[in-house]
Design a protein around this ligand. Structure first.
Ligand SMILES: *Cc1c(COP(=O)(O)O)cnc(C)c1O
Ligand SMILES: [Zn+2]
Length: 433
């Protein structure tokens, strides 16, 4: 593998390259690394038809990851030297939903939601984890670790078990959604509840991995981002290679923002698409360092103490900051922010449509609505919002909203207390008919 020049790690700043068969997360200069593909060599091997012919039918009893995974379908653009053993559930192939009440809330005619909560562990993190854990296996690692607001740990725990590796997850104390903690514990990861916030846990896990030879699978790891590239690739393929005008996504640690920009840039260079959709990254007001930096044209690199109901994006010092800025340049992207009230109202709209998502995911719809109001997104443009996680990840936030533990729950649907007799029940139901 080391002498395969089409497959290297490359510094995003000084362009120094490293062979991909070593454990390395940063350049000697301290900057972040990309998995670097030689696009000129790749171009003659890639076509729309290559990927169209791989869309599989119903899953059979024998899982063939490269055929059934929405990630490994694009393998030439992800891990060109395909290993013998792929650790896959398989993931991806998530659906695109449309609903009149959601489009109306956003203020555009054509609004789609790509539901990444339909991945095996309930979030898009599985797309990165299948590649990250496969690479860990290839490197001979027997233990993997991450810091996580929840979904990364759920995904890491599942994929590590599948691969027969030990998993260590570092979570912030408190503020981790029940559905995510439950998964980490159930899948058997050693769960370290750090007395600090996500940013403290992130700092610690990097030290521990370097000291103890454990493979780090945060989105600092460039292989995870390669897997997450498959989200926009599935979107553009789903649109039969005529991309939508906008892709709107929640932004926390900025891994997805980085991956989406790289995927779209590469897809254009490889001739799969003629135009690049614009990215709109949405942060929660209480965790908006990237938005605030954006407002200074990135002259200032702002960090903050983060707080928001959307725990998946409760991050004050996003690790993929430089790669995300590059994504905005590649896609003519924008950054916006929405407060927790706007997030929870947008979530109620998504939930009521029968689609459902966790709080952070609803930032996509809330952010699109703000950008339409500001005239950045035009009402006749086609918009795809990303729902990053499943509704069941954070049952507490949802139940609190509906049962009076949220100040302004416009769309609350509280349970009704009713006597255990037919008349009482009839009175309640008649009012609804
Ligand atoms: C991880 C996560 C995010 C944030 O994605 P980044 O790549 O860290 O910006 C958003 N929503 C959900 C549900 C997540 O799990
Ligand atoms: Zn460098």
């Amino acid at each position: 593998m080391s002498d395969d020049l089409s497959f290297q790690l490359k510094c995003i700043d000084c362009a120094k390259t490293y062979s991909a068969d070593q454990v390395r997360y940063r350049c000697d200069c301290g900057s972040q690394l990309d998995v670097w593909h030689d696009l000129a060599t790749l171009k003659p091997q890639i076509s729309q038809n290559l990927f169209n012919n791989r869309v599989s039918g119903a899953p059979g009893p024998t899982v063939i990851p490269t055929a059934e995974s929405g990630v490994w379908r694009y393998r030439e653009m992800i891990l060109p030297t395909l290993p013998d053993q792929i650790i896959s559930r398989p993931e991806g192939n998530t659906r695109l939903y449309q609903h009149h009440s959601i489009a109306e809330w956003a203020g555009v005619d054509k609004f789609y939601l790509k539901h990444e909560g339909e991945n095996p562990s309930g979030s898009f993190k599985d797309r990165g984890m299948t590649v990250g854990v496969t690479q860990a296996k290839l490197l001979g690692s027997t233990a993997v670790a991450c810091a996580s607001t929840g979904n990364t740990s759920a995904s890491l725990a599942a994929y590590a078990s599948l691969a027969g590796m030990s998993a260590f997850v570092f979570i912030p104390s408190g503020k981790i959604a029940a559905g995510k903690l439950a998964q980490a514990l159930a899948y058997g990861a050693k769960t370290l509840q750090i007395e600090g916030d996500f940013d403290d846990a992130m700092h610690l896990v990097q030290e521990v991995c370097n000291e103890m030879g454990i493979y780090l699978l945060n989105s600092l790891n460039p292989f995870r981002l390669e897997g997450q590239k498959s989200i926009p690739l599935e979107i553009i393929q789903g649109f039969q290679w005529n991309p939508p005008d906008w892709v709107v996504l929640p932004a926390g640690n900025l891994g997805n923002t980085s991956a989406f920009g790289k995927a779209l840039y590469e897809a254009k260079e490889l001739g799969l698409i003629n135009k690049i959709p614009r990215l709109a990254c949405v942060q929660a007001t209480g965790a908006s360092p990237f938005y605030q930096s954006y407002q200074t044209q990135f002259k200032e690199h702002i960090t903050m103490k983060a707080d928001t109901i959307a725990t998946a994006i409760r991050i004050g010092n996003p690790v993929s900051y430089p790669r995300a800025i590059r994504s905005l340049e590649w896609t003519n992207g924008v950054v916006t922010s929405v407060n927790d009230q706007q997030i929870m109202d947008a979530k109620a709209i998504v939930d009521q449509a029968g689609i459902g998502c966790e709080p952070a995911s609803a930032a996509s719809l809330a952010g699109a609505r703000r950008l339409v109001e500001e005239g950045v997104i035009k009402p006749d443009e086609t918009v795809v919002g990303i729902l990053t996680g499943n509704l069941l990840k954070d049952p507490t936030a949802t139940v609190d909203y509906h049962t009076g533990n949220w100040a302004e729950a416009k769309f609350a649907n509280a349970p009704v207390k009713v006597g255990a007799d037919l008349d009482s029940v009839r009175r309640v139901i008649e009012k609804e008919l």
